[in-house]
Design a protein around this ligand. Sequence first.
Ligand SMILES: CSCCC(=O)C(=O)O
Ligand SMILES: [Fe+2]
Length: 187
Amino acid sequence: MALEAWLMDDSNEDQRLPLHPNPKELLTIDYLAELGVLYWKLNPDNYEHDSELGKIRDERGYDYMDMLDLCPEKVSNYEEKLKNFFTEHIHKDEEIRYCLAGSGYFDVRDKDDRWIRIWMKPGDLIVLPAGIYHRFTLDTGNYIKLMRLFVGEPVWTPYNRPQEEHPVRKEYIKSLTHKFGESIQAH
Ligand SMILES: CSCCC(=O)C(=O)O
Ligand SMILES: [Fe+2]
């Protein structure tokens, strides 16, 4: 199964629901790539010996790795963390997440500032570019196990919106402008 991603509807319903307009229109990997979001489908059962994962890590310099097993028993300040994950933010670096079990939603803003919901399931590896506004929520399954990758010593600091003057945000907007021309909105 390929990655499922869709434009979200504007309802204020439970964040853990899919929240897609009916009928659901799936977005393509190419559409995500235009926003700078990268995607691979890997075999999650084999992550410890996966040469494909090894190749991605080598090529992109992801020498740091840890696991985030998102359940109340294993994570301190569980509720607070979930709340922070769902607060719209950027980072100075890429956010790289590989789903090994469970599922959840990464929401990213598209070039017109609309929410795109990316449904992460076992085997899905995504890279969010530095400077993209995003957030994360569990889905109704209430559980996800993620591998986190990073180049060098990890820095997970979120910078909550608005960040229009942040150099990394400006750089990201510039990269979009190169792709889409001047039609994109600055927010
Ligand atoms: C659950 S990992 C994704 C949440 C997030 O955006 C972050 O950690 O910065
Ligand atoms: Fe983040």
